[in-house]
Design a protein around this ligand. Structure first.
Ligand code: DSN
Length: 402
């Protein structure tokens, strides 16, 4: 391979191997997924959908894409899937287009409380094409009575659930009841919890939502990409034409092949055990922080939030930078009722999807809390902290062997 580039890939591999990866949206794919994504399928143009392509020579990529669609439908127990979105953002854009006209009203979570950019941020296409109104969290939790009150007042065309930094279970049935009451569509962006939903460790939005969007690379542990699911035959037609030709061009059939492998892997007992361990580790780390006196959210899933400003007297950006210096990767995150800007934040978001794939145990998850707590409260010097991090990661699987 190109030596200059290969050197950079090996440096990134070393960073991933030596570090403790706590960004809640990251994970490590299997070798099979990586091989599919690096395969000759990248050579093929296949604009359109299986059986209806703009170019010839699509016999095998049709079979690849059909396999991915069949497996996605089986995994999530739904009727229709579009596996072409390049990311969760494109999936959301296509879902909105399928569900409502430009200017339509969408009710979503207040962004600083844990929503995603495509859920109405002023810097995203979403707020320019649609009219967003928001519901807040109450003491860090969804407040369904308040969501219902706002829905009745605002009469949105679409109610949106599914978040980037919400550590608790979501009651999809309650959302659907509210949507029914005001005559709105209901959509779920399950990107963060897709792996939990796939294994039944979080209830599924499929029986309740008109459309479900997701990414495939977070807790689902597949290649970087998006996914759209629905049980509605009319909506899948609109979704397909919103993906191609409206928003995207040629699909990435090599990535779609990686998605097909990921969906199969997610049906295995091994994957269910992985998600169970992921949730055990996340809770163990959050509980240990609490025991150490830190201000943390609870957790029912794969992530939690820590208020580093109140706990250690530094903002999220400073905490993120300090932890990176010892080989722990996190991201600064707004917390409910944050008094700082999104560039600084009072919090960090912490997740265990990636390190659990490498073999992190409950005891090691607790040790991670101790290292972070002691380092951020200046009880542990930088060199000793780095040593402790390497002590943990050298015992875990090397990411190229996963
Ligand atoms: N950037 C992702 C996350 O970190 O949650 C959301 O797309």
């Amino acid at each position: 391979m190109d030596k200059e580039l290969n050197k950079l890939i090996l440096l990134e591999q070393e960073r991933q191997n030596k570090g403790i990866e706590l960004i809640a949206s990251e994970n490590y794919t299997s070798k099979d997924v990586r091989e599919a994504c690096g395969s000759i399928l990248t050579n093929k143009y296949a604009e359109g959908f299986p059986g209806h392509r703009y170019y010839g020579g699509c016999e095998y990529v049709d079979a690849v894409e059909n396999l991915a669609i069949e497996r996605a439908c089986k995994l999530f127990n739904c009727k229709f899937a579009n596996v072409q979105p390049h990311s969760g953002s494109q999936a959301n854009a296509a879902a909105y287009r399928a569900l409502l006209p430009e200017g339509g009203k969408i009710l979503s979570l207040v962004l600083n409380d844990g929503g995603h950019l495509t859920h109405g941020s002023p810097v995203s296409f979403s707020s320019h094409l649609y009219n967003f109104v928001h519901y807040p969290l109450k003491n860090g939790h969804l407040d369904y009575d308040e969501i219902e009150r706002i829905a009745i007042e605002e009469k949105p065309n679409l109610i949106l659930a599914g978040y980037s930094a919400y550590p608790y279970t979501i009651d999809f049935k309650r959302f659907k009841d509210i949507a029914n009451k005001v005559g709105a569509y209901f959509m779920v962006d399950m990107a963060h919890i897709a792996g939990l939903v796939a294994t039944g460790l979080h209830s599924s939005p499929i029986p309740y939502a008109d459309v479900v969007t997701s990414t495939t690379h977070k807790t689902l542990r597949g290649p970087r990409g998006g996914l759209i699911l629905t049980n509605n035959e009319e909506l899948i037609k609109k979704i397909n034409s919103a993906i191609f030709p409206y928003y995207q061009g040629g699909p990435l059939e090599h990535i779609i092949a990686g998605k097909a492998i990921c969906f199969k892997e997610a049906m295995s007992d091994e994957f269910k055990q992985y998600v169970k361990q992921l949730m055990i580790n996340t809770k163990a780390c959050a509980d240990k922080f609490k025991e150490l006196g830190a201000k943390v959210s609870g957790t029912d899933n794969h992530l939690f939030l820590i208020n580093v400003l109140d706990t250690y007297g530094i903002n999220g950006k400073e905490a993120q930078i300090a932890l990176e210096e010892i080989g722990i990767t996190t991201n600064k995150n707004m917390i409910p009722n944050d008094t700082l800007s999104p560039g600084k934040t009072s919090g960090l978001r912490i997740g265990f999807a990636a390190v659990t794939t490498r073999g992190c145990t409950k005891e090691q998850a607790e040790q991670v809390a101790i290292i972070i707590n002691d380092y951020l409260s200046n009880k542990l010097d930088k060199e000793k902290a780095k040593e402790l991090v390497l002590g943990l990661t050298s015992n875990w699987k090397q990411i190229q062997d996963i």
